[in-house]
Design a protein around this ligand. Structure first.
Ligand code: G6Q
Length: 550
């Protein structure tokens, strides 16, 4: 008998051999010949059911994947993450989003110092502030109560809170309204401000660095809009607060440091929803909702930290991501929530996954010789069924899918929900089972078509099936469930990064474009041409001519 594989390289080879073995079977056989599959392949934690029974795996696959995770050092890397070790090597930092939602009472040390008192102090400041806006103690410059809260930020300082606001909005218990401005194109801020009353509007400028071009441009425009009405700089203090790690720049911008909510460099942008970057949520939906969001995420953290690898939700999700990407050739992954409240979740996860694992070198700078993060995209399930699902079912690309569904709706007209559930479950079945040529022909004949007509149409109705699908189910969306769901994906991304060997907490790839934009800005404004490739130089020239009216 051969020795069981134990090293990462051996396990990788064992998975390749195993893949070749199971490829001989139609994927639907894996599921249909295995009646106890759901019980074995569905995991539960923190209010979420993770059904992986429609993935193209067997018990042996899952066993090999868990062994691969272990051989890749997942457990020690996970411990380092939670302990505040330097897991972001290229920036020399910890990545402690888990400390922001740590409800265990355990200290979390960064450079030997417990960060929990700082975390709690900021949460307390958020509590006091959000209560004062909600109960009307905090007033605008003319004494009016605040009605509209505008978060100005971009990327990690926008996508998380905007996504969570959409998710929590059905539970809004006040007249306060949240708005999110991120785009440098002023059409967005203009659209948002058009319906707002300066006397009743509060701006939260959310920027970790407070040096982001898009955010500062929007913040300056917001200030001009405000001062157009008040013509008194003193109004800024009643209508602007900042969320940042950079006090100096906040002061330079003209925001009173008293009105600044702090966070720290060990919080990555796309992991910052749990910090004061979530202030708009606390103000508009209440600190109770924000606390519950943190609790849900903490419950998932505890599960990830302590559950055995084989029954650990983020480990399962991450290792299936590795299996699909590296062994089944999946290059695109769709996130399809059957819950309108989660309509912005695909955009948040797109950043989380693609900015974290869209990498080509390891933590030590060596080339990664396997595929890493797939393209992540998606949208609300119902709508997608009438649009892009065609490609999921019959296109030539193999797309893996996450179906996310609430059993109960947050809406008053709950009678829609039966049909929502039926559609979500049907899609899972169709993506897995598909429809064979014989089935298609038989269905057409049953519908009354002649054998010749049925034969002509049947190939068009063939659905290959075998699309790897995970179904995530929860009772009803709540802040707690949302917290657990987002934390599940954060840790999934971490698990994948350990296998691929990349640093999921840096984002050097976005730097080059920013640098070039700075150069081109001068040219757009009439400055001397800089050094460009001829194609870009010609395009800049053409843009300048159009602007000049030539
Ligand atoms: C996220 C990224 C990025 C960042 C934005 C905004 O992980 O680093 O999306 O959040 O560029 O940065 P600031 O918060 O510094 O404005």
């Amino acid at each position: 008998m051969p020795m069981p594989a134990t090293t990462k390289a051996d396990l990788w080879r064992a998975l390749e051999a195993h893949r070749a073995q199971i490829a001989a079977r139609h994927p639907r056989e894996l599921v249909e010949d295995d009646p106890g599959r759901f019980e074995r392949y569905a995991l539960e934690a923190a209010g979420l059911l993770l059904d992986t029974s429609k993935q193209l795996v067997t018990d042996e696959t899952l066993d090999l994947l868990v062994r691969l995770a272990r051989a890749s050092g997942l457990e020690s890397r996970r411990d380092l993450l939670f302990e505040g070790g330097i897991v972001n090597e290229t920036e020399g930092r910890a990545a402690l989003h888990t400390a922001l939602r740590n409800r265990s009472g355990r200290p979390v040390l960064v450079d030997g110092r417990d960060v929990m008192p700082d975390v709690e102090a900021v949460l307390e400041k958020m509590r006091t502030f959000s209560v004062s806006v909600r109960d009307g103690t905090w007033r605008g410059f003319t004494g009016e109560r605040i009605r509209d809260v505008v978060n100005i930020g971009i990327g990690g300082s926008d996508l998380g809170p905007a996504m969570a606001a959409a998710a929590l909005d059905a539970r809004r218990g006040s007249d306060l309204r949240a708005h999110y401005v991120s785009n440098l194109d002023a059409v967005q801020i203009e659209r948002v401000l058009r319906d707002l009353d300066p006397e009743r509007t509060l701006f939260l400028v959310a920027s970790k660095t407070f040096s982001t071009q898009e955010t500062l441009a929007n913040a300056r425009t917001a200030r001009r809009w405000l001062l157009d009405t008040f013509e008194d700089e003193a109004a800024v203090a009643r209508h602007f607060v900042a969320v940042s790690t950079n006090r100096e720049r906040v002061v330079e911008f003209g925001i009173d440091p008293e009105n600044m909510f702090e966070f720290w460099d060990w919080v990555g942008g796309r992991y910052s929803l749990w910090s004061a970057i979530g202030l708009s949520l606390a103000v508009v939906y209440g600190m109770g909702a924000f606390d519950a969001l943190l609790e849900g995420a903490h419950a998932m953290d505890e599960h990830f930290r302590t559950a055995p690898l084989a029954s650990n939700l983020p480990v399962r999700l991450g290792m299936l991501g590795v299996w699909n990407t590296n062994f089944l050739g999946v290059a695109t992954h769709a996130v399809l929530p059957y819950d309108e409240a989660l309509r912005l979740l695909p955009a948040h996860l797109q950043q989380l996954e693609m900015e974290s694992n869209g990498k080509r070198v390891t933590r030590t700078g060596d080339a990664i010789d396997v595929a890493t993060c797939p393209v992540v995209w998606g949208g609300p399930g119902s709508n997608g069924q009438h649009a892009f699902y065609q490609l999921l079912h019959q296109g030539t690309a193999l797309v893996s899918v996450d179906l996310i569904l609430a059993v109960r709706s947050q809406a008053r007209w709950a009678d829609h929900q039966d049909a929502v559930l039926a559609n979500a479950l049907a899609q899972g079945e169709a993506l897995m089972r598909g429809r064979t040529l014989e089935e298609a022909r038989a269905e057409l004949i049953e519908e009354g078509l002649s054998p010749a007509e049925a034969g002509r149409l049947a190939p068009h109705k063939v659905v290959p099936g075998g699309r790897p699908t995970t179904t995530i189910v929860y009772d009803e969306l709540s802040p707690r469930i949302l917290g657990a769901l987002v934390a599940l994906y954060e840790h999934k991304v971490f698990v994948e990064s350990v296998i691929w060997g990349d640093n999921p907490f840096d984002q050097w790839g976005v730097e080059l474009g920013k640098l070039l934009a700075g150069r081109i800005l001068g040219e757009i404004r009439g400055g001397e041409p800089a050094d460009h490739d001829p194609a870009t130089a010609a395009l800049i020239e053409r843009v300048r001519r159009i602007r000049a009216g030539d």
